[in-house]
Design a protein around this ligand. Structure first.
Ligand code: MEV
Length: 433
């Protein structure tokens, strides 16, 4: 009895600090119960994730067009994240084995030096107004800037609620873009969209200022649309991984060398960044945000220099520890869009415990950095297949019909014999009967 109570206290303490050793060994129901407790979810709220059909056909029918049903993906939780001194359980929606485990493992290693530190440049989205056929583009550019206050006022008339909340459209940038049809005068409206991703707000503003831009330039306005290269809405994260926590100085050097490859070679950068998006997209999806917008922002941000490169940087500090940093556009929000419509997304936001778009963006940056570290460490040491194969073997053994009691033995044999397939799992199972 006494022992049971002690275990329970330890369990609760562990969950409060989010360092839960053996979490993956619990049953799905037990995990869900622990997460509900950590995040203060009601039975109804956790039920939106544990029971199928949270997004009803009626609601789905209003989300997109020509709806014929809904589509489910697993929701996992990444553990051990300590970001700016706060404990996070990170919901991740995706289909790829080993990603959630890798993120949790990386976050655990980061704790030795205090976890992740993040910052954010603000909720500023860009709306572009393209103006063509301008005879004197440099003169026109200055003319737009002379009338900045007037243009911002026209934009802000469209959204008094946003203006009250955030100030709305706050600044202008005007660029001359050379193109095959001649120079274009491209005006950027910089809009503080608050806790919304803000696509509708900024697109409406861009359309509203178009006639004034035409008058000021003598040209013709064409496109009026936001840019996903949201480089005024940047999230940053850093972490130090001590050499002791990650397996020694050789591992530090291995990760730095792996990073040097990604920094120099676009073929490697594409894969390294894909690994970063393995962490980021599942959080973006879980919270009901637009993962295509996020992807577009990240990859364009990595292409600003003379070649496509790594989103992260990895260096060795003066003490021989590994330090990582990431900076990325984060066009995401917490109000509007699917975040408010999808009941499961709302439950995921509650698990994450983020209260603002700024906080969500910074968590996303930290998860991206963690995911990249996990992949780089695996690649620089054992190779990626060892961990992958074990998890892949678990999936295949389940498909082959292994019961929970048979699973570990079937996986162990498949991995030991280096034969990971459904057919071989069936053969092992037949032998066990
Ligand atoms: C696999 O989904 C992701 C990795 O290829 C990332 C990387 O190579 O850095 C392992």
């Amino acid at each position: 009895m006494e022992q049971e109570r002690r275990f329970d206290e330890e369990r609760i303490l562990n969950m409060k600090t989010n360092q839960y050793s053996g979490f993956h060994k619990l049953t799905m129901e037990q995990r869900a119960a622990e997460v509900a407790e950590f995040s203060g979810l009601t039975e109804e709220e956790i039920g939106r994730l544990t029971n199928p059909g949270a997004l009803t056909n009626e609601v789905a029918d209003h989300v997109i067009e020509n709806v014929i049903g809904t589509y489910q993906l697993p929701v996992g939780v990444a553990m051990n994240f300590l970001i700016n001194g706060k404990e996070y359980v990170i919901p991740m929606v995706l289909e790829e084995a080993s990603v959630v485990a890798a993120a949790s493992n990386a976050a655990k290693m980061a704790r030795a030096a205090g976890g992740f530190t993040t910052s954010y440049t603000g909720n500023i989205m860009i709306a572009q107004v393209q103006c063509i056929g301008v005879a004197n583009p440099y003169f026109a550019r200055q003319n737009i800037l002379h009338h900045k206050e007037e243009i911002l006022a026209i934009a802000n008339e469209k959204d008094p609620v946003l203006v009250k909340l955030t100030g709305g459209a706050k600044d202008l940038e005007v660029r001359i873009v050379d193109s095959q049809i001649g120079p274009m005068v491209v005006t950027h409206l910089l809009v503080d969209t608050g806790d919304a991703m803000g696509a509708n707000a900024v697109n409406t503003m861009a359309e509203a200022v178009a006639p004034t831009i035409e008058q000021l330039t003598g040209g013709t306005v064409k496109l009026r649309i936001l840019s996903n290269l949201a480089d005024h809405r940047l999230a940053r994260a850093t972490a130090t991984f001590t050499k002791e926590a990650i397996g020694g100085e050789d591992v530090v050097d291995g990760v730095v060398a792996a990073y040097a490859f990604a920094a120099a070679d676009p073929y490697r950068a594409a894969t390294s960044n894909k690994g970063i998006m393995n962490g980021i997209d599942p959080v973006v999806v879980a919270t009901g945000n637009d993962w295509r917008g996020m992807e577009a922002g990240v990859h364009s941000y990595c292409s600003r220099g003379d070649h496509y490169t790594s989103l992260t940087r990895w260096e060795k500090d003066a003490d021989g520890n590994l330090t990582g940093s990431i900076e990325l556009p984060t066009p995401v929000g917490l109000v509007g869009g699917a975040t408010k419509i999808h009941p499961a997304a709302q439950a995921c936001v509650k698990i994450l415990g983020v209260k603002t778009a700024a906080e969500l963006a910074q968590v996303i940056a930290a998860v991206g950095l963690a995911q990249n570290f996990a992949a780089m460490r695996a690649l620089a040491t054992d190779g990626i297949q060892k961990g992958h194969m074990k998890l892949h073997a678990r999936n295949l053994a389940t498909v082959a019909g292994a019961t929970p009691e048979q699973l570990d033995a079937v996986v162990a044999k498949m991995v030991a014999d280096k034969k990971v397939s459904v057919d071989y799992a069936k053969e092992i199972l037949a032998g066990m009967q």
